[in-house]
Design a protein around this ligand. Structure first.
Ligand code: ATP
Ligand code: MG
Length: 600
């Protein structure tokens, strides 16, 4: 019997610590049913052999994602179902995607773009972005997708340090964001423009992509890339400081394939929706590569987040597998369960989340409101693919990130005083999350930061910079980023635990927790909360939240101070920026805020 613990909500309920699963919870037989056996027998070599490989030898992500389906039944299957901002629709089959991406590769070839040269993408979620990414990979170019809401500064910095030779963007984005900085980008040789609604353009200093594509052949010889050839350059989210450029190789496709199978449970007949923008690694690894490799139909929604629109899409598109993020889930939760209950999701069978810790409240919300628990998984830009996950095979412990996937070896470690790395085997003990290098999608370097890259490795481990613990059943629990952990009166306090406890209170929509220097105890815990609709800040509510947290966490861990904020500062990829909460609280310089949502 699962132990019961109480949880405060509108109605007091008792929640088990575990969400058990059985065959009745699986709406399709899962790819991963026997977790332990899969872990014991999995090898990356065997996974590599499940990929096609280039006909003449070698490995290319775009070939694995698109062209290898051309001799199968998937050829005429819809690869991308695009839904435009104004409700326009476009369906692109695998065969069409192959032809379009071939044309794009030929455009690059005609421009003299060589293997290894870098191409940046700055587009909203429009079909051309997907076509250009795949075509550029076929050409052997290194693709770096940028988030289209970036202002001119972050665009300029990335293009400059990434030595971008080609930029694909839209006429509107070019005029607003690139033209003003163009003279600061001497290495940028070609700007390829897409007009509004895919129309032609004529802007001085740029090339019209529509015309170039129309004149290019739709067959091409894919550059014979190897597994170790560079393929993608992804910038990190900038949650802890200036973003780093993580380099990835074509061999990453092996991880994308295996994790799409195990962690997202992709089946060929799935309608899959990854809500992440391709400007972030999730939107590329799992918004482009993994779903295409599995031959599924992906929903591409151009519009920004809107709760009604999202529920409507889930329903009308018959989404079966949905990969989203805690911020989005919290925003849906903020809208209340009634909004969701106006819709039906009979085909939805698997929901996963990544990017930030997923509070237990959110896991339960999925089960209560959508009928399915949300499967949290953990990874980083640096890991290139999902590492630790809740999978269909195992029960969920809400608040845990799950277990390392087949092929991934993790440990909790600490650095001894002599500098050596020591593995912590005792359960429930906090330390740094470390991974055994060797999985194919591991980053191969930080652009121009060799020393920083080298420092990520010690004692045979890759050190993630995140603190976590492992319980006796082998489940991993996120504690906080090493930079965010609070040291108070000899205790190490992880912000996630405090934030999750606050979120159990019905008034709290979001919480961000920091350590505030204190002469007596080192640091005291301070929480910033935003409230759900229907609640207003008051002294009485502050006292109630302080009391609630003390009851849940004990006096040593509970916040001593709580402040109300209308919204918490977030990165453009949606993560709470605790370092900014702290800088503002202490009146310190805010550091690099180019990644702050809403900044220009
Ligand atoms: P930067 O490295 O520039 O500070 P970032 O670490 O936020 O930014 P990403 O690579 O996008 O950049 O995010 C990876 C980090 O996000 C992880 O190291 C971890 O801190 C956090 N994260 C991702 N998924 C989870 C999860 N499921 N639970 C807890 N934390 C997560
Ligand atoms: Mg990071």
């Amino acid at each position: 019997m699962a132990r019961l613990r109480s949880r405060v909500s509108d109605v007091m309920t008792l929640r088990p610590d575990i969400i058990a699963k059985g065959p009745r919870d699986w709406r399709a037989p899962p790819n991963l049913a026997d977790f332990d056996n899969a872990r014991a027998t999995f090898t990356w070599d065997a996974a590599r052999r499940e990929l096609a490989g280039l006909p003449g030898g070698g490995l290319n992500i775009a070939y694995e994602a698109v062209d290898r389906h051309l001799n199968t039944a998937a050829r005429d299957h819809i690869a991308l179902r695009w839904i435009g901002r104004r409700g326009q629709r476009r369906l692109i089959s695998y065969a069409e995607l192959a032809a379009h991406s071939n044309r794009f590769a030929n455009v690059l070839r005609a421009l003299g773009v060589d293997k290894g040269e870098r191409l940046f993408l700055l587009c909203g979620r429009i079909p051309e972005l997907y076509i250009a990414a795949l075509g550029a990979l076929k050409n052997g170019s290194v693709v770096s997708p940028l988030f289209s809401a970036f202002g001119p500064e972050p665009i300029q910095t990335r293009l400059a340090i990434g030595e971008g030779k080609v930029l694909v963007t839209t006429e509107a984005l070019y005029r607003r964001k690139v033209a003003p900085i163009r003279d600061r980008l001497p290495r940028l040789q070609h700007v390829l423009l897409v007009g509004e609604d895919g129309k032609t353009t004529a802007v001085p200093g740029t090339l019209d992509l529509v015309t170039l594509m129309a004149n290019a052949a739709d067959a091409c010889e894919i550059e014979p890339t190897g597994a170790e050839d560079a393929a993608l350059l992804h910038f990190t989210s900038g949650t802890t400081g200036t973003p780093k450029g993580a380099l990835h190789v074509h061999g990453a496709a092996i991880t994308h394939w295996a994790t799409g199978r195990y962690a997202l449970d992709l089946h060929a007949d799935d309608i899959y929706w990854c809500t992440a923008d391709p400007g972030w690694v999730t939107g590329t690894s799992y918004g482009i590569v993994a779903p295409l490799m599995h031959g599924v139909t992906s929903i591409i929604d151009e519009a920004e987040f809107d709760a009604e629109h999202w529920y409507q899409l889930l329903q009308e598109q018959d989404v079966s597998v949905w990969y989203t993020a805690p911020t989005a889930i919290r925003m849906l939760m903020k809208g209340g369960p009634e909004a969701a209950r106006r819709y039906r999701f009979p085909r939805l069978r698997f929901i996963a989340s990544v990017g930030e810790p997923l509070n237990p409240e959110a896991v339960w919300w999925g089960k209560d409101v959508l009928g399915l628990p949300i499967h949290d998984n953990w990874w980083q830009t640096e890991t290139g693919g999902i590492v630790i996950a809740n999978t269909p095979a195992l029960p969920i412990k809400p608040g845990s990130m799950g277990k390392p996937l087949p092929g991934m070896d993790a440990a909790i470690v600490r650095r001894r005083e002599d500098g050596a790395i020591e593995e912590i085997t005792a359960p429930d003990t906090e330390g740094e999350l470390a991974l055994k290098p060797g999985w194919p999608s591991m980053f191969r370097g930080y652009l121009n930061q060799e020393e920083r890259y080298r420092k990520c490795f010690a004692g045979g481990w890759y050190l993630t910079g995140d603190l976590a613990k492992r319980d006796a059943d082998g489940y991993y629990w996120f504690v906080g980023r090493a930079d965010d952990v609070i040291k108070s009166a000899g205790h190490l306090i992880g912000p996630f635990e405090v934030e999750s406890a606050l979120m159990e209170h019905p008034a709290v929509a979001e919480a961000g927790v920091i350590g505030k220097p204190d002469a007596m105890v080192g640091e005291v815990v301070k929480a910033f909360v935003s409230l759900n609709s229907g609640y207003t800040e008051s002294e009485a509510l502050r006292m109630e939240l302080l009391g609630h947290a003390r009851k849940r966490l004990g006096a040593a861990v509970a916040p001593k101070e709580i402040a109300f904020l209308p919204v918490l500062p977030r990165t453009r990829s949606g993560k709470i920026m605790r370092r900014l909460l702290k800088a503002r609280e202490l009146g310190l310089p805010e550091g690099d805020t180019s990644m702050l949502e809403g900044s220009s």
